[in-house]
Design a binder for this molecule. Structure first.
Ligand code: WTA
Length: 646
């Protein structure tokens, strides 16, 4: 039995929603989705208000997802223009630099002017509605400016995390045929410089990237960079003399707002495409209720804008709600391991949202670095990205939140656009490690191995049986893959790729991915991506990659490598291959373990039996199951004997 943490009555007394509100609104939302979401949709400023609310079919033969279809709006007008009347002088973005002496506040009025000027800049460069713009920036305000300027013109942005390699960037630019790339001279993290512009130059030498006409370079460090004329232009020179007046382009609700690449179980990362209207309704509504947002809150989500959390809960949700959002360029342990708590005190942060991996890493440093800071401003804590182990949850609650702050453990995905399962802090009692109950309009289901929907307490694969406005609409350029990935395994339902357990109180416990995706420090990686990076090395014949338990990262990367004939696995070659993967994909894909495999366990038809490799990587050699169907059962013994985690 897990401990139940009742809702804090002092918190509930002032909360937006209490328990009976949750029950009533949830019933309404699933009983009458059109009526409910029609009403909630009114939270936005529509240029043309929608009359058709929902038109959805999850049938793989007729898949379509449309919300607010005949409505027209502009996301940047919702995030900026409509705030000016009452919040013009309110701080929209607090920028906290990597260097603790570097911070800056930007009001809604200032942000509006900057976005208009940059939208005019893009317009002058020929960017029009529907064009794709790649954004490869550090966590600086210009990242939000670039996103909002694209939205102002109806251009589709594709933000690429600054930690990705030139090859990963090139693949994303090529897939979306981006016209413009927005980057910085260098990024800064933990005092170290990251050569972003150099990476862009390398990426643009790769085949398939010649759609790019212009590279815009934000001067972040002032480091010397090679500017290639006429392609490369500095942000600050382009902005000189631009007008701060740029009328927002009205777009249809279903017009794409952005593409965000994420890893799947097979092949290259896929461009998950989000809509304008439904996405913004869902991102802003979930942000308001899950974080119990109030006008005077200082809200800080530590995610990078390169991930979906940064899109929905650093930029779009908070700004559409007129909130003050913190953008943090640095890392939790620089200059020291108190940094998060120092920033909370410095800016009087009230709502704090981070990832379990960061909590576990800081937990290891003990309580003193936390207790050295006051944290008295905090009133709510959140987590996202991976399952949080009850030990980390309890530490977060007791040490960081002084047992005063409710914790919202929010389960969602790039594809869902916003939070799907989470406590509402004034309404739902929590259990450490459980994301608790579905948000309004979300209908989860659990199926067993026979695809039978289970009632009551159950464990199995997690599906969502009906649509919600924030749902992804397609995979950019590959609608068939969208249908196959999410709607074919359980026709009529959206398949999440996650496993879950539902307990006797109806609470959901996410158990992790059930496909070949691994979750490293809350970042999704396809095992196939790491494998293809490994086999691209001339000395590698074959590779298989699985997830393994990792104390801080949640999951680590465990690679089995078979070398070409004549090569032997030296320590030096191991280091070389690990460095190779880092270079091919980016540091987040660095293998934690690399085991030489004289052979890989395969079925007689040549399929690698990952189940066996997973068990060996988890140090569970007595749970390999039936290995008699293998083409050569003998390979298993040597892999078990040589395993790296014992
Ligand atoms: C996992 C991040 C347990 C899950 C928003 C999901 C979680 C994947 C949680 C999506 C949570 C995210 N508890 N697991 N609170 N939040 N996950 O697309 O496996 O980067 O499928 O979106 O992260 O990762 P993504």
């Amino acid at each position: 039995m897990s401990t139940l943490y009742p809702v804090n009555p002092a918190f509930a007394a002032k909360a937006r929603l209490r328990h009976d509100d949750y029950t009533r609104l949830y019933a309404e939302s699933v009983g009458d989705p059109e009526g409910f979401w029609g009403r909630i949709g009114q939270r936005l400023d529509w240029i043309k208000p929608p009359t058709k609310i929902k038109d959805v079919s999850f049938d793989p033969k007729d898949l379509h997802i449309r919300w607010y279809e005949d409505g027209e709006l502009n996301v940047s007008a919702n995030c900026l223009d409509r705030q000016l009347a009452t919040r013009g002088d309110k701080v929209a973005i607090i920028f906290e630099g990597d260097d603790p002496n570097d911070s800056r506040k930007i009001t809604y009025r200032e942000l509006h002017a900057e976005v208009c000027k940059f939208a005019n800049t893009l317009k002058n460069l020929g960017v029009v509605k529907g064009d794709r713009v790649a954004i490869y920036l550090p966590m600086i305000p210009e990242a939000a400016v670039a996103m909002l300027a694209c939205a102002r013109l109806g251009a589709i942005h594709s933000v690429v995390f600054g930690g990705f390699s030139p090859d990963s960037l090139a693949g994303r630019i090529a897939d979306s045929a981006a016209k413009v790339v927005i980057t910085a001279d260098e990024g800064v993290r933990a005092g170290k410089r990251i050569p972003l512009k150099v990476n862009v130059d390398t990426a643009l030498e790769r085949p398939g990237t010649n759609s790019v006409e212009t590279v815009i370079v934000v001067r972040r460090t002032g480091g010397a960079v090679a500017m290639q004329s006429p392609r490369d232009r500095y942000y600050h020179t382009l902005m000189e003399g631009q007008s701060a007046d740029c009328p927002p382009t009205p777009v249809e609700a279903e017009h794409p707002l952005f593409v965000l690449y994420t890893s799947g179980s097979t092949g290259k990362p896929k461009g998950v495409l989000h809509s304008t209207g439904g996405y913004l309704v869902f991102a802003s509504y979930t942000h308001e209720l899950v974080f119990d947002l109030r006008e005077d809150d200082i809200y800080w989500c530590t995610a990078d804008v390169g991930w979906v959390t940064g899109h929905s809960y650093v930029v779009y949700g908070p700004l559409a709600n007129g909130a003050t959002t913190v953008m943090f360029e640095g890392v939790p342990n620089y200059p020291d391991v108190s940094r998060f708590w120092q920033v909370i005190d410095k800016h009087q942060v009230t709502l704090f949202y981070t990832a379990p991996t960061a909590i576990r890493a800081l937990m290891r440093e003990g309580e003193a670095p936390v207790k050295a800071c006051s944290r008295a401003s905090l009133r709510l804590l959140g987590t996202v990205g991976e399952p949080i182990n009850p030990e980390a949850w309890t530490w977060y609650h007791r040490v960081v939140g002084d047992e005063r702050c409710p914790i919202v453990d929010t389960w969602w995905q790039t594809e869902t656009g916003g939070i799907m399962i989470s406590p509402l802090p004034g309404a739902i009692a929590t259990k450490p490690g459980s994301a608790t109950l579905p948000f309004f309009g979300i209908k989860p289901a659990i199926v067993d191995i026979n695809a039978e929907v289970q009632e009551g307490a159950a464990e199995g694969n997690l599906l969502i049986t009906d649509s919600w406005p924030g749902q992804a609409r397609t995979i950019y350029g590959d609608h068939q893959r969208f249908i196959e990935t999410y709607f074919s395994a359980y026709p009529g339902n959206y398949f999440t790729g996650d496993g879950a357990r539902r307990d006797e109180d109806g609470y959901y416990w996410i158990t992790g991915r059930v496909d070949d995706v691994i979750n490293v420090s809350g970042h999704r990686l396809g095992t196939a991506e790491v494998e293809s990076a490994l086999v691209a090395h001339p000395k590698v014949a074959e590779a298989a990659v699985v997830g393994c338990p990792h104390e801080i990262k949640g999951q680590g990367i465990y690679a089995y490598v078979t070398l070409i004939a004549g090569e032997t696995g030296s320590e030096e070659l191991r280091r070389e291959l690990i460095a190779w993967v880092r270079k091919e994909i980016g540091p987040i894909a660095t293998p934690d373990y690399l085991q030489w495999a004289p052979g890989l366990p395969k079925t007689r038809s040549g399929k690698i039996m990952r189940r066996i490799l997973r068990k060996i990587g988890e140090n569970l050699p007595d749970q390999l199951g039936d290995i008699t169907t293998l083409a050569d059962p003998g390979v298993v013994k040597s892999l078990v004997d040589e395993r790296l985690i014992k």
